[in-house]
Design a protein around this ligand. Sequence first.
Ligand code: GAR
Length: 196
Amino acid sequence: MRIVVLVSGGGTNLQAIIDRIKDNTITNTEIAEVVSNNPNAYALTRAKDNGISGKCISPKDFDSRDEFNKALVDEMDRINPDLIVLAGFLVNIPAEMVKKYTRKIINIHPSLIPAFCGKGFYGLKVHEGALERGVKITGATVHFVDEGTDTGPIILQKAVEVLDGDTPKILQKRVMEQAEWVILPQAIDMIANGRI
Ligand code: GAR
């Protein structure tokens, strides 16, 4: 299967996908392109370093949100991927794209949905929320993307312990290492091999 990975930042989840394809933990999968909304995303460097085509489609380069949305959908249509993976992509997916690619878009979210998800919960804010609430267990979720924010069908979840003295950054790193970098590659492999 051919996948497109959409990114906005550091791209550690992209790196996990690349590494698991290389060591054959993910099979039947090729990254056709990495698309970032942010020209400075380190994820684009990771793509380049691994010989993967990278492209920036930034809302700032368009006069309106509609035009940006159209450019994003046009790019997906050009590549015609079997699966679109949102790996830390912090942009709302256009409704038209969700409709066109029903059950063909997955997202990684750094909490156990339905906790700490939805509007305003992204990146470090998710872990700030978990620490403020004082939960003892958090984790990550891979889910299909529907028209809502973090509301689509859940594919995989993995729990991670919150420890005394955690800061949002420390917790984020543990959730990435113990959950995100494990279940995102796993979900891709399951889809690539018809197990979903
Ligand atoms: C990851 O923690 C991912 O789960 C989160 O952004 C980070 C991206 O890191 N995504 C969301 O919060 C989506 N709502 P990365 O660029 O190093 O993969």
